[in-house]
Design a protein around this ligand. Structure first.
Ligand code: M6R
Length: 616
């Protein structure tokens, strides 16, 4: 949540910071701000409600000079989105400016104490409390800024990624983190530093990065030196890593939106995701995360999948396939529920944490809890070096490149594919699947990218259908077995980008309540492939038809029975039952995209949402 970018070097900071904010805007976009120190040692802070574009308009004609600066794009947690609450925030003296991601949980207590000491506040944010506390520590302990930051952070409870500049010392940039990620880019020009809440604002300038660890504070100097210490003042050796990202992955290419680009990237993304993991000679699957910990998987009593949102839907499909192929019982948990109850976790449990961003606070907390209770943690993340990937004992990256659209698409199909690989690999180790059947599944899995390509050819038709449904206030999505989670995912996609209310249901549950909603106005999307419980779904379609619901069906190519019952029908290629979700979700992604566009929504930046939820 929220985007952080900072710069210290020899170039003008403003263009670098603004470009960085544009790249980070997918993380939050209700207000934005920038702070710069110019040659005359003046600290200018500009901030405004709205998007980065609004900030650019606001600063137009103003002094934006300076070779050091910090900037922020916000997703509000404390205080409504307005210019007072936007970051950066000043200290009382106007000397320090700070940007912050995360939440300072004990900010009210600290604020009251600072007010009693004569401090005044101009915003409702927890962030302003932090910068005032840092200044208070510096004055009351008569110390330097680095030590003051350290002292202040020892007194706060919560999560933070912060960056601070000081107009009395324009040659240093200070950054710290706990619970929220922060990356330092070591510029190619050696004496240049960039910071980012993720790598997107950094990659254009350098691929050398330092991932700041929990409770570490870094001080970067204009001469190119950097010191990193933890909160206990122990010096740490920063490890420089190479970024696995390129600039073209952050551009929309010829697509109008990142979401559409990412939907169309799926065939290639899945090929890359499976690369080196499918062995087409032996027709087997090899995941180092499983092979290196073979015993854990052989002894596993149970697998618990923890995730949120779309990743949770992928987890549900994972349960079906892992149980089917390996016979290991699987439970799927919302991380936010799991972490706050008192779950039974045993040392022979394996927890699979699924997170595109690898930063979702609840999932991170869930795996910490599981780890404390002795479970073995397998992470499935997309963002390399993310907090969840680092907290896990082992895992698999998705390798689908950055996902910028807030609505997750290619990460979902890659998560399902990765869970399939996990299931196949464990099944082989446990010998729960014959060699012949494994070979059949592996061969079919390799054909899936091409079948997605085929499915994508329906884009124009889906666009036409979408115009018809802009009237709808509600949608129902139905599926059974492997396609029940797809129904949930289709409904979530529609809700988040078109703001149309939608419900996903197991088709058979409809008659236990939701059927009351069906009338001639209600679009009902039914996933009805020839595989699985086809006949049963057919009956469910009849039930909708009898109540005059508008049926949009997803069927196996060549199926005429469901087609005749449907108002609109979309055909997907035939595949193994367990792989259908990877194909059936694609028309649903396109449907929600085109309905949202037809309704004039901003699909890449839907209201109230942000790409990664790094707060509880
Ligand atoms: O980064 P994560 O996969 O942990 O994110 C989980 C959810 O926040 C995410 O899937 C969210 O539901 C998406 N907006 C769905 O499109």
């Amino acid at each position: 949540m929220c985007g952080i970018v900072g710069y210290l070097g020899s170039r003008e900071a403003y263009p670098i910071l603004i470009k960085g904010l544009h790249r980070l805007e997918y993380r939050g976009y209700d207000s934005a701000g920038i702070a710069l120190i110019n040659k005359s040692l003046e600290l200018s802070v500009y901030k405004t409600k709205g998007k980065v574009e609004d900030l650019e308009n606001y600063v137009s004609g103003k002094d934006v000079g300076g070779t050091i600066g910090i900037a922020h794009t916000r997703w509000a947690t404390h205080g409504e989105p307005n210019s007072q609450n936007a970051h950066p925030h000043y200290s009382q003296s106007g000397r320090l400016a700070l940007i912050h991601n995360g939440i300072i949980e004990n900010y009210k207590v600290i604020k009251e104490e600072l007010i009693s000491k004569g401090y005044t506040f101009s915003s409702d944010t927890d962030t302003e409390v932090l910068i005032q506390l840092i200044e208070y520590m510096q004055i009351s302990h008569n110390t330097n800024l680095f030590d003051a930051v350290q002292l202040a952070l020892k007194n706060v409870i919560g999560a933070y990624a912060i960056a601070i500049i000081d107009k009395s010392n324009p040659n240093q940039l200070i950054a710290a983190r706990k619970g929220s990620p922060l990356i330092i880019g070591v510029g190619d020009k050696e004496t240049e530093f960039l910071i980012g809440s993720d790598a997107t604002p950094i990659v254009e300038y350098t691929n050398k990065v330092i991932y700041l660890e929990e409770e570490e504070i870094a001080i970067m100097h204009r001469d190119g030196s950097i010191t990193v210490k933890n909160l206990s003042n122990v010096e740490q050796t920063p490890i420089i890593k190479t970024l696995e990202m390129n600039l073209s992955q952050l551009e929309k290419a010829n697509f109008p939106h990142f979401m559409l680009k990412e939907i169309f990237e799926q065939p290639e993304a899945l090929r890359t995701s499976m690369l080196g993991r499918l062995n087409m000679e032996s027709k087997t699957v090899r995941l180092s995360g499983i092979i290196d910990h073979r015993d854990k998987f052989l002894k596993a009593n149970r697998i618990i999948i923890c995730a949120c949102g779309t990743s949770w839907h992928a987890g549900l499909i994972g349960k079906y396939i892992i149980e089917e192929l390996t016979r290991i019982p699987v439970e799927v948990e919302y991380s936010s529920e799991f972490r706050y109850r008192n779950p039974v976790i045993k040392s022979n449990d394996i927890v699979i944490a699924i997170s595109q961003s690898g930063e979702t606070a609840d999932t991170l907390a869930a795996i910490k809890l599981a780890k404390e209770n002795g479970a073995f943690i397998y992470g499935i993340c997309n963002v390399v070096g993310s907090s969840i990937a680092r907290a896990a004992d082992t895992g698999s990256y998705l390798h689908v490149g950055p996902e910028i659209g807030v609505a997750s698409t290619k990460a979902f199909t890659a998560q399902v594919t990765t869970l399939t690989l996990i299931a196949l690999n464990i099944a082989e180790e446990k010998k729960t699947l014959s060699k012949e059947r494994t070979a059949e599944l592996v061969e079919e899995l390799q054909r899936i990218p091409e079948k997605i390509n085929e499915t994508l050819q329906m884009n124009t038709r889906i666009k036409l259908y979408s115009q018809i449904f802009t009237y709808a206030k509600n949608f129902i999505y139905l599926g059974r077995g492997y396609n029940y989670p797809v129904a949930l995912e289709g409904a979530l996609k529609l809700k988040e980008i078109s703001y149309i209310h939608a419900e996903g249901y197991p088709a058979a549950e409809m008659k236990h309540g939701p059927i009351a909603l069906i009338d001639e106005e209600m679009p009902v999307v039914v996933i009805a492939p020839k595989r699985g419980m086809y006949e049963k779904v057919l009956s469910n379609i009849q039930e909708v038809k009898a109540r005059k619901g508008k049926i949009i069906s997803i069927v196996t190519k060549g199926d005429t029975t469901v087609k005749e019952l449907s108002d609109f029908c979309l055909e997907i290629p035939d595949t193994e039952e367990c792989f259908v979700p990877i194909l059936s979700v694609v028309p649903l992604q396109l449907l929600s995209y085109h309905i949202a566009i037809a309704k004039g929504r901003n699909v890449d930046q839907p209201r109230n949402l942000a790409k990664s939820v790094t707060v509880e």
